[in-house]
Ligand binder design. Sequence first.
Ligand SMILES: Cc1cc2nc3c(=O)[nH]c(=O)nc-3n(C[C@H](O)[C@H](O)[C@H](O)COP(=O)(O)O)c2cc1C
Length: 179
Amino acid sequence: MELLEGIKTRRSVRSFKDEKVSRETVEKIIESARMAPSWKNTQTARYIVVEGELKDKIAEEAVLGFQHNTDIIKGAPQLVVLASVAKRSGYERDGSFTTSKGQQWEMFDAGIAAQTFSLAAHNEGVGSVILGIFDDAKVAELIELPEGQNVSALIPIGYSDKELPEVPRKSVEDLLTFK
Ligand SMILES: Cc1cc2nc3c(=O)[nH]c(=O)nc-3n(C[C@H](O)[C@H](O)[C@H](O)COP(=O)(O)O)c2cc1C
């Protein structure tokens, strides 16, 4: 898929066919996602693919009671938990923060990783949606996330079962200023 076409045609997918995404296809997606830029090339993003009962437990117990996200995760064949290795992005070697944004750079890197993942998935015909409404501590507990990592986002994946609607976007004039 051509780059701009991929950027412009990606949509959040929230309703999926039963078909699973093969391990081979997930590996292919990560092969591209790993090229995402990161703070000092620290490459802190980690991807954990969850399915079956554990996925449904996350849907039921770790989305802060937000039924919309419960339904999306339960309906997806697989859930990717995007985790970040803590205390790297935004930090100096001595453990101090490099800038006034402190540890916000960790989530910044996670955001780039999430979008790169989503576009790479789209290129494989795999739909995804980035979810921000979840209980990080509960997800970490349920998936037994290693110490020193944080849950940054949940990304259900699968094959869309319907046509996706156009989603409105602001105009270039709304977004761009030259000084
Ligand atoms: C940081 C972030 C958090 C999001 N959280 C959720 C969420 O919890 N549930 C949901 O259904 N969509 C969520 N979305 C998806 C957005 O609603 C979606 O990207 C936006 O409406 C634009 O639609 P599009 O992705 O189809 O272009 C999130 C997106 C981002 C980037």
